[in-house]
Write a protein that binds this ligand. Structure first.
Ligand SMILES: N[C@@H](CCC(=O)N[C@@H](CS)C(=O)NCC(=O)O)C(=O)O
Length: 216
């Protein structure tokens, strides 16, 4: 039996943060597929596990963790990896983890969902345009932050880097980014992330890709 079980699905950038952290920590873990696109997260059974109705959910023995930022903090302490060395670093990691959850990954995730997978009746060009602008705005903030530094919150990788990775490694065509919409400092940071031992692409870490009949 594995030490950790992560309820997740391949397209979930919020789940990817936890899956990537487990992989970087060389944890003994297994994914448990959440059939999100068929409504599993809204089922009474799922909501009994997570009243917030979200993926991911992480189990470690009889301990349960909800919210990716909580998982990263817990795993960092469990494995003694990617954590803060000082109080200033701890606060800087917290700053970027709160921000990615509110802006960077939230806007990218909702924009990509609306674009590719929202039910026909919920689709809206106006919503897509708005969310696209917000996502690009957040990516620009991160890009500028990375202009003169290698890692997000310290002089080495921390959970802030794992947290911000959420949606950034998914294929560009899933967001319909144009060739002009490139962020060179983020791309250089992605190359550094990919060089970390244990780094894997979200579609190689979590189940559910490709979706049956998927166009992206
Ligand atoms: N703040 C949460 C966000 C999790 C989240 O929004 N997950 C998506 C899937 S990627 C979800 O379950 N959404 C369902 C909903 O918003 O109702 C975290 O960081 O864990």
């Amino acid at each position: 039996m594995t030490d950790f079980k992560l309820h997740c699905f391949a397209q979930s950038g919020h789940s990817y943060k936890a899956a990537l952290m487990l992989s970087l920590c060389e944890a003994d873990w297994e994914p448990v597929f959440v059939d999100f696109f068929n409504g599993e997260a809204r089922s009474p059974e799922y909501q009994a596990m997570n009243s917030m109705g979200e993926a991911p959910v992480l189990f470690h023995g009889d301990k349960k963790f909800i919210q990716s930022g909580v998982m990263l903090d817990y795993l960092s302490k469990q494995f003694g990896k990617l954590g803060a060395d000082t109080e200033d670093e701890r606060l800087e990691i917290l700053r970027w983890t709160l921000w990615e959850n509110h802006k960077l990954n939230s806007f990218q995730g909702i924009y990509r969902f609306m674009l590719n997978w929202a039910p026909e009746a919920a689709r809206s060009e106006d919503v897509n345009k708005f969310m696209r602008g917000r996502a690009l705005g957040a990516m620009k903030v991160l890009d500028q932050h990375l202009a003169n530094r290698e890692w997000i919150a310290a002089d080495r990788p921390t959970t802030a880097d794992v947290a911000c990775a959420g949606y950034l490694f998914y294929p560009r065509d899933e967001f319909q980014w144009t060739d002009a919409e490139r962020f060179t400092h983020i791309e250089a940071w992605q190359t550094r992330m990919q060089a970390l031992p244990g780094w894997k692409h979200p579609y190689d870490l979590m189940p559910g890709h490709p979706m049956p009949g998927a166009t992206v």
